[in-house]
Design a binder for this molecule. Sequence first.
Ligand SMILES: NC(=O)c1ccc[n+]([C@@H]2O[C@H](COP(=O)([O-])OP(=O)(O)OC[C@H]3O[C@@H](n4cnc5c(N)ncnc54)[C@H](OP(=O)(O)O)[C@@H]3O)[C@@H](O)[C@H]2O)c1
Length: 369
Amino acid sequence: MTAAPVVVYGATGYTGRLVCAELARRGVPVVASGRSPQRLAAVVDALPGADVRTVPAALDDPAALRRVASSAPVLANCAGPFVRTGDPVLGAAIAARAHYLDTTGEQAWIRRVLDDHDPALRAAGVAAVPGMGFDYLPGDLLCHLVGAPIAPLRRLEVGYHVDGFGMTRGTQRSALEMLDGRDVAYEDGRWRRGGRRPTRASIVFPGGVGRRRVARYPSGEVATVPRHVATREVAARISTVSVAPPALAGALPVLAPALSLLLRTPLTRLLDRAIDRLPEGPTEQARRAARWTIVARAEGEDGRVRRGTVRGPDVYGLTARLIADGAQRLADPAYDRRGGLAPAQAFDPRATLDGLADFGIAWSVEDAG
Ligand SMILES: NC(=O)c1ccc[n+]([C@@H]2O[C@H](COP(=O)([O-])OP(=O)(O)OC[C@H]3O[C@@H](n4cnc5c(N)ncnc54)[C@H](OP(=O)(O)O)[C@@H]3O)[C@@H](O)[C@H]2O)c1
């Protein structure tokens, strides 16, 4: 049986190109889309012999976007920052009744998909799963596997550590959106504006990483996990050395609140332009060398504690793998979940993590008291 095609919007970016290559490697026909015909032609040239056709469509051309979205049962959006680009692309997928996935790391966009777009998604009979990359599929699934068996929870904490992140320009642009302090906290069983209090804490990461100073992380799990695990609180942290040069890492938790205020000023536009001058992203060798660890710790209302770890390599290669896996699952005519979904609502958490063992991903969960 021939595989159903997948639309990749933002096919010209660092991540979009990896997604196209991964789909092509599996023999999945790719409809590569984006705003630049020239850059789309280069995507085809880089995949000789693959079944890739290009359909340019700008964000301000809803008819063109809808034509693109109509050409496959699933659209994978890799064009960020998503708070700026996501609405027209998701709107086209809904109008064309195509399932939707994206690579966002932006909590604000995840909330927009799961809350604001959910009624239209259900009415159209399709699913949308934002945050299907390294951020935040492994963490969201791990939180479910750690927390659900002892729910209701008093608290669930997720912690990230990455060695050799090598952020792309796209990730750095999205980080400007994420760090503006407008993210939410999940406390006392509800979302509330949070984010400007300094955090002074550390987490012990397994596997030789050890104790690391951590900062607040405006991560997707804060938006997704309360939808599938009954909990009063979700807290997300990231080790400071994952995201800041060593000389700055120690001060990051204290500097972050001031930084988020600065990012609401015209400084953001200047930083955006400075990012243009940086390399597009890590070399293939550096990308493959990255190593990450995510830990989760759940405290039940009844005092029981569980914790878990998921570890693996290659943040961007993993994202391409997860988008390709997810697109193929959604394209299966038997897939019957609908609406805006967290990864753990869209896919079976245990089977999905187990299915990534060949990518070098290992996970474990244990009762800890
Ligand atoms: N969740 C994760 O773990 C994860 C992993 C990887 C990436 N991401 C996210 O995915 C996004 C892309 O990352 P990247 O590394 O691929 O960045 P990138 O190399 O800068 O690519 C950005 C892509 O978005 C497109 N784009 C940007 N603005 C657009 C607009 N106004 N209209 C149409 N297309 C537009 C670009 O098109 P042009 O080529 O025409 O400029 C390009 O295709 C970022 O938001 C990043 O944070 C997340």
